[in-house]
Design a protein around this ligand. Structure first.
Ligand code: AMP
Length: 398
């Protein structure tokens, strides 16, 4: 990586500012999924082991006005983090001021402090989200000229707590999570070991235009599945019954197919049902066409076989988006089939780029079989689109 990373820094005895992603789901003050806290542990533990004094910043949810603050405090996160680390986490329910400054100055080597939700600064003029220069300078002043950004999930945003702090310290470096995300995803896209196969699914073409366009340039094959399929079918004049379609994206689908030539691979059959929910009939189509009144809700068995063949021998695979409505066991076979084809390849670098495919791999029991599962939805999509992430760009060059 061209940027400084945590291992390049001398941390002992220094106040180290760290941006983590603790944007966890909360229900009535209880954290329902603490994966993001777990993902930040290697960086935090390393700082503490090295004798640094860790000062953590994170946002939690969206905060536009005072009323939004309710239920958005990071206090429950401090408690869970403390349990995971097996040591006290000093939580300061402020984002600035004397109390915070005094608590930071009182830290000993190997101690850890968590600052309140950075987005509480958004109440008066979106200071955090608009990267207010004064706020970035102020937060930077709380440390010893060192900043570690480990919040991959917000690296596609230029906020005061990532880009703002980076601009005001001598050394701004990537933490382990951010470094891993970049090493896996960006390197797979830019310097893939070939053959490089991209598999894109999910509901809509419109969400993935940038990703499809970029990966058509970079990958050897781009396999399409999921609800997107039917917009491509309709653009070719194939009957799609009542399947999901984006009428305003038909021309775009045509363009993409023309540009892609034989790189773009579409399903050759579907599993169809006569309703999305409460269906009374469910069957495989004979070929591409979906029967009138039916919806294609998964790729069919012939497509699974075809995709398995196309994936054979791949050395790099990036997968984003399920092949069907995987939340329903009747329409999981396509997603499972493709996952199994990916993980069966010997020596493959297999990457799940965010969101629903990560949920599919976890729920369908295959998460530990992949080389890397991205923790960031928006940020990983932007990397797949070939965009530069401001949170990464702002770090100090090596
Ligand atoms: P995305 O967030 O774009 O990755 O889309 C994921 C969603 O797409 C999941 O909730 C799936 O249920 C849905 N999906 C996948 N295939 C289809 C399909 N053929 N028709 C409708 N929805 C689909």
């Amino acid at each position: 990586m061209a940027k400084l990373t945590i291992k390049d820094l001398i941390l002992k005895g220094r106040k180290v500012l760290v941006r983590v992603d603790f944007n966890v789901p909360l229900e009535k003050g209880v954290i329902t999924n603490d994966n993001r806290i777990t993902a930040a542990l290697p960086t935090i533990e390393y700082i503490l082991e090295q004798g640094g004094r860790a000062i953590l910043f994170s946002h939690l949810g969206r905060v536009k006005e005072k009323a939004d603050k309710a239920g958005k405090s990071l206090a429950p996160v401090a408690k869970v983090l403390s349990e995971k680390l097996g040591k006290e986490v000093i939580f300061i329910p402020e984002t600035r001021g004397k109390k915070l400054e005094a608590a930071i100055d009182a830290l000993y080597d190997g101690e850890i402090l968590l600052v309140e939700n950075t987005r509480f600064e958004d109440i008066n003029g979106k200071k955090e989200s608009k990267n207010d220069p004064e706020l970035g300078r102020y937060w930077a002043s709380l440390g010893d000229d060192l900043f570690i950004n480990d919040a991959f999930g917000t690296a596609h945003r230029a906020h005061a707590s990532n880009v703002g702090i980076s601009a005001n310290v001598k050394q701004a470096a990537a933490g382990f999570l951010l470094e891993n995300e970049i090493n896996y995803i960006q390197e797979a896209v830019d310097y893939p070991t070939r053959p490089f196969v991209a598999i894109l699914g999910g509901s809509k073409v419109s969400d993935k235009i940038g990703v499809i366009e970029n990966l058509l340039k970079k990958a050897d094959k781009v396999i399409i599945g999921g609800g997107m399929t039917y917009t491509f079918y309709k653009a070719q004049g194939v009957e799609i019954g009542a399947s999901l379609v984006e009428e305003d994206k038909l021309d775009l689908a045509k363009d993409l197919m023309a540009k892609a030539e034989d790189k773009l691979i579409l399903p050759i059959d579907s599993k169809e049902a006569n309703a999305f929910a409460g269906y009374t009939e469910i069957k495989d189509t004979k070929a591409e066409a979906v029967d009138p009144g039916f919806l294609g809700l998964d790729i069919g068995p012939k497509s699974i076989a075809k995709f398995t063949e196309e994936i054979k021998g791949a050395k790099t695979v990036i997968w984003n988006g399920p092949m069907g409505v995987f939340e329903n066991p009747d329409f999981q076979a396509g997603t499972i089939g493709v996952m199994d084809a990916i993980i069966a390849q010997i020596g493959v670098k297999s990457i799940i780029g965010g969101g629903d495919s990560a949920a599919a791999a976890i729920n369908l029991g295959r998460a530990d079989k992949f080389s890397w599962i991205s923790t960031g939805g928006g940020a990983s999509m932007e990397l797949l689109e070939g965009k530069v992430l401001p949170g990464l760009q702002a770090l100090t060059d090596k």
